[in-house]
Write a protein that binds this ligand. Structure first.
Ligand code: MG
Length: 165
């Protein structure tokens, strides 16, 4: 028998560089640097997408949206996340909640957290209290601590829909 509750974990990290917009959870955050990547580099959306896909037993975003595919150049990752939600729902799952930790030395995310949560809630069909989002510094250690990268850990819980949806 298939278990009705499934959990998945996702992680992502992107380097910060000049000349890029900083986009996290689909929200543009004013900063002198942005995340490098084939897509818009939104590590929050990528980590959450992998958590959802993993929980549903689907391939990861690297396989589904390869960075060698020109279709995904500068792709909006919040749109990819929307697509991932559709794939997960097509497999019969409903997203119950999502939690994530954004590891970032600067900028401070506190001012943008509500907007980021709202965007994720819209795209995932969740209420605000079903989205967890915390900003943590790396206490000055490693590439994240030196302000060279932003990382994100995410976890998602899914329920297999019954006939009542
Ligand atoms: Mg990524």
């Amino acid at each position: 028998m298939t278990e009705r509750i499934r959990v998945g974990i996702g992680y992502d990290i992107h380097p910060l560089e000049r000349g890029r917009k900083l986009i996290l959870a689909g929200v543009e955050i004013p900063f002198s640097l942005g995340l490098a990547g084939h897509s818009d580099g939104d590590a929050v959306c990528h980590a959450i997408a992998d958590a959802l896909l993993s929980a549903a037993g689907l391939p990861d975003i690297g396989e589904l949206f390869p960075d060698t595919d020109p279709r995904y150049r500068d792709a909006s990752s919040i749109e990819l996340l929307k697509k991932v939600r559709e794939m997960v729902e097509e497999k019969g799952f409903k997203v119950l909640n999502v939690d994530c930790v954004v590891v970032v030395e600067r900028p401070k995310l506190s001012e943008y957290k509500d907007k980021m949560k709202k965007r994720l809630a819209e795209v995932l069909g969740l209420s605000l209290d079903e989205i967890g989002l915390k900003g943590k510094t790396n206490e000055g250690m490693g590439e994240v601590g030196r302000g060279e990268a932003i990382a994100c850990y995410a976890i998602a819980l899914l329920r297999l829909r019954d006939d009542k949806g």
